[in-house]
Design a protein around this ligand. Structure first.
Ligand SMILES: Nc1ncnc2c1ncn2[C@@H]1O[C@H](COP(=O)(O)OP(=O)(O)OP(=O)(O)O)[C@@H](O)[C@H]1O
Ligand SMILES: [Mg+2]
Length: 448
């Protein structure tokens, strides 16, 4: 049997009522009873049941009146109605008004118990779904991560699951997919939310300073160190450290980081004593770290340490259904930020944006919309997201009406990036360009 339920039986005929109550009590449920709609409402107010089992005919009023009240005031309350033989239209009306099930009199004891269990199970499921989706929407609101696509919902679910743990997390994904935002979300959802969140871009620290930056340095530890330098890990004590672009961390620092992950201790540069820290580590990279390991640029043991819980932020082209939602989100966000009214996009512009490849992912979308909100130049927005010329068999056929060179160049870059999932080295090679020339063009088109 399913769990015991609290059931309210509503029946105006006392003999019948007692019979039903006895039957259900025997099946292990806990019961209350009412002889009229008014009594039933009083009973519900006094002690909310899980389920109401009501007769159709109840003196002057009917079970429909009770059903309407229940669905209006307590939409989650289960409701089964019993109708007399030959009044199937009543049953149909009741189901249309929101009854979970109906029984036609006379019914067997077994039929009644079955209907009750079925409704109870459906209710439990409904409740679970609602709890889940409200938890998800809470997160969305809380951390500003927009995304209804199933692949994003999976990311949210994973973030939620691991937020209660201190597990090390490695976030992968192309540029602009929201890796840092996800890391911040994880921190905010965790018990460390009131502790510090310290972000370091490992690609932006010169190799010679990396150690002091991460682990700190005693006064006099190296030339120019004329005061104690607090490392980023120490600064994050009690909170979370976000190691962005972890793939760029020099090998020597990789070793020290591994030691911290294994033993929880660091030693400041020039210090004799080690110190124990309580820091959760979240790392991110747009690189394929496994490939970096294979090529000897990244320590394998560190990779496995970091990769305890991998999260991959999907590129926008894998969740195109979110593009519209994101456009709307950023129109409002940037308008609010600058104190403007949110502008409205022309339908054809909107369509073009929905079809565009978004090689720079959410960051590109956000930047373009921000520019549009500031300058109000819809023409520019259209020009930059216009589908370019298409290559045809036997060479490149340029369009009759001429070519927008900038848009064309952009498309080439975008498609190369998309093809190699943001791997710039490969994309540059594919376009027959040096890495430097490629990077220069990416920057020119705000694709980085
Ligand atoms: N799902 C999302 N909902 C709302 N805003 C988002 C979402 N994903 C990313 N953003 C916004 O897009 C911008 C880029 O996100 P973020 O910096 O987290 O990307 P990233 O993956 O770290 O990129 P990069 O690899 O280039 O550093 C930020 O302004 C961020 O707030
Ligand atoms: Mg980032």
């Amino acid at each position: 049997m399913a769990d015991a339920l609290k059931i309210l039986v509503v029946e105006d005929e006392p003999g019948q009522r007692e019979l039903i109550v006895a039957m259900l009590a025997e099946a292990g449920h806990s019961l209350s009873a009412a002889g009229s709609v008014e009594e039933a409402i009083v009973a519900i107010k006094a002690d909310m049941p899980d389920l109401v089992f009501s007769d159709w005919k109840l003196g002057q009023l009917s079970g429909m009146d009770l059903l309407n009240y229940v669905k209006r005031e307590h939409p989650d309350l289960g409701f089964i109605i019993a109708t007399a033989y030959g009044t199937i239209s009543h049953a149909v009306d009741a189901v249309q008004a929101g009854a979970d099930d109906y029984l036609t009199k006379p019914y067997q004891r077994q039929t009644l118990l079955l209907a009750i269990n079925k409704v109870a199970r459906a209710q439990a499921l409904k409740r679970q779904n609602r709890e889940l989706s409200s938890a998800l929407s809470e997160q969305r609101a809380l951390v500003g991560l927009v995304g209804k696509a199933p692949c994003m919902q999976q990311v949210f679910e994973r973030l939620r699951r691991i937020s209660a743990t201190d597990a090390t997390v490695l976030i992968g994904g192309e540029s602009g997919t929201g890796k840092e935002l996800a890391a911040r979300a994880l921190h905010q959802l965790s018990a460390r939310q009131h502790g510090p969140f310290v972000a370091i871009n490992c690609g932006a620290i010169p190799e010679s300073l990396a150690e002091a930056e991460l682990f700190g340095a005693e006064k006099g530890a190296f030339t120019g160190a004329n005061s104690l330098k607090l490392g980023k890990l120490e600064a994050a004590n009690g909170g979370t450290v976000f190691l962005d672009e972890i793939g760029e961390l020099p090998l020597l620092q990789q070793t020290k980081l591994l030691r911290f992950l294994q033993e929880g201790v660091i030693t400041r540069l020039g210090a004799q004593q080690e110190m124990t820290l309580d820091v959760r580590v979240i790392a991110a990279t747009h690189r394929n770290l496994q490939q970096e390991v294979a090529e000897g640029r990244f320590r394998e043991d560190l990779f496995y340490r970091l990769n305890v819980v991998p999260i991959r932020m999907p590129p926008l082209r894998e969740r195109r259904e979110d593009i519209g939602r994101l456009i709307e989100h950023f129109l409002k966000l940037h308008a609010r930020q600058y104190g403007f009214d949110a502008p409205v996009l022309d339908k054809s512009t909107l369509k073009q944006l929905l079809d565009y490849a978004w090689p720079g992912n959410v960051r590109e979308l956000s930047n373009r919309i921000e520019r549009f909100v500031l300058l109000g130049d819809e023409e520019e927005l259209r020009a930059e997201t216009r589908p370019g010329a298409v290559a045809v068999k036997g060479g490149m056929q340029l369009p009759e009406e001429g070519l927008d060179w900038d848009a064309f160049e952009r498309q080439c870059l975008a498609q190369a990036m998309a093809r190699f999932e943001g791997n710039r080295t490969k994309a540059a090679k594919w376009l027959g360009m040096s890495y430097k020339a490629f990077l220069y063009r990416l920057e020119k088109h705000a694709l980085v």
